[in-house]
Ligand binder design. Sequence first.
Ligand code: FAD
Length: 496
Amino acid sequence: MGENKKKIVIVGGGIAGLSAGIYGRLAGYEVDIYEKNPVAGGECMGWNRRGCHIDNCIHWLTGTKPGTGLRRVWETVGALEESTEFADCDIFYTSIAGGTQVTLWKDLEKTQAELLKISPEDEIEIKKFVQHVRYALKCEMPVEKPMDAMGIRDYIRMGASMADMPKVMKEYGSMDLKDLAGGFKHPALKALFTDYLPEDYVASSFLVSYATIVSGNGEIPKGGSLAMANRMVKRFRNLGGKLYCSTPVSRILIEKGKAVGIERADKKTVLADYVISAVDTMEMFGTLIGKKYMDGKWKSCYADSEKYPLFSAVQMAFDVEAGAYEGKGTIFFPCIPFEAGGKKVERISVKSYEYEPGFAPAGKMVLQVNVPQFDKEYFYWTGLEGKEYKRAKEEVVKAVEERLLAQFPGLKGHMEFLDCWTPVTYKRYCNAYHGAYMGFITKKGVKSFRVKGTVKGVKNLYIASQWIMAPGGLPVAVAAGKFALWRIARKDKRNI
Ligand SMILES: Cc1cc2nc3c(=O)[nH]c(=O)nc-3n(C[C@H](O)[C@H](O)[C@H](O)COP(=O)(O)OP(=O)(O)OC[C@H]3O[C@@H](n4cnc5c(N)ncnc54)[C@H](O)[C@@H]3O)c2cc1C
């Protein structure tokens, strides 16, 4: 570790903030992280209810394949340790439609065989899809340095390792998931391709996600999201970083166009050479520095939710007798329509945690249901007062329970409600803009959102957040933390 004279203050102890903090210590800076919640981790979170653990993030962690750049980053920040085990999952997810069940397996050949068996008339589209997933297998997110700092040699190296990606972009880059589904004739296949991500997501992103699972680069670390965040906290503290939890920050102090520190909600100020904002970016612009610093690119994205939509969900968890549930992995199924957040819902998904026996008492298992919600529904939920909000949640829980039992009758008498949370929960807990837990969705025909992570007119302020690059998620968060430090270290001629 190098000299220790300069100080960095980081606002927000989610994955991006912890990553920035760890790289900051590795580069020899004194680092303080201020986190408003009692525990760090942000949206990479889990909590306990009645003897069960509710894991609320990692469905898959991109960057688990040994030898990849992102895996090295996860190892550097301590998220993945030598002893970290991965869940033994052979399924991406399953969809049920019109009485037919279809699965995207980790084994691509198995998927192809299953899809062809279900719908021989879709042979051409199925084989094309599978071939293009194969093309995407080597797709990796560049994490050595920020893309705007990449030189010709970096691009050549990246191009060589992802030689087949242009074929994926050519075939699927200008269609969305609705278009992709529309190319199939069988209703179960149509449902399969619009179930996992919002249907206006660009189709190439979905292929890359599935390829990540197939290539073994998207595993689930055992112990779940909170355990992973805790490993990063341990790494940060072992490196000598200081983490202050239950310490909200109200302002980033800016003097003469330069960030000079922060003001905590308890009015104490902390001065620093650099400030990294690792909170939701609307919290940064709206509260910590003021919207006058928001440049045109941010403004136009935030202002146009048609072009740059966001998503969230109403979710709930149940504990069930393990033997009473006949599903596995994540299953999407049709149901009698009901309303959640004012939106008509006709399909829901249920995820079972059979791979984490420690999440429930012996013989039991946690099930989690996800009901998709968007901007409009966020306003529905925020418009409800205390009692109304509680009642609206109870109604959704009741509707979901009935539909779960209709789909899985074996659960009758063997299922107990644990908890329910909504887009408002993400706002309250993480200051997440409109309750969104990923960044802006990339739609077809719309340029994918990406910014540098600096703020025009403010020196020494850097942004480390999933929001700096669509579609967000854990890999973007951890890379954003590293990139913020890369910029600071380059300025000070240090290495990270
Ligand atoms: C249900 C769900 C499923 C997900 N599934 C996946 C998945 O399978 N794979 C994947 O890659 N990603 C997934 N994600 C997304 C992933 O969790 C996020 O992309 C990531 O955790 C964002 O990290 P971040 O550090 O950028 O932001 P955050 O986690 O939001 O961290 C920001 C931190 O700043 C704190 N903060 C905010 N305001 C202040 C303030 N004023 N003062 C002090 N602290 C403040 C917050 O409390 C928070 O801890 C999922 C998220 C959810 C909710």
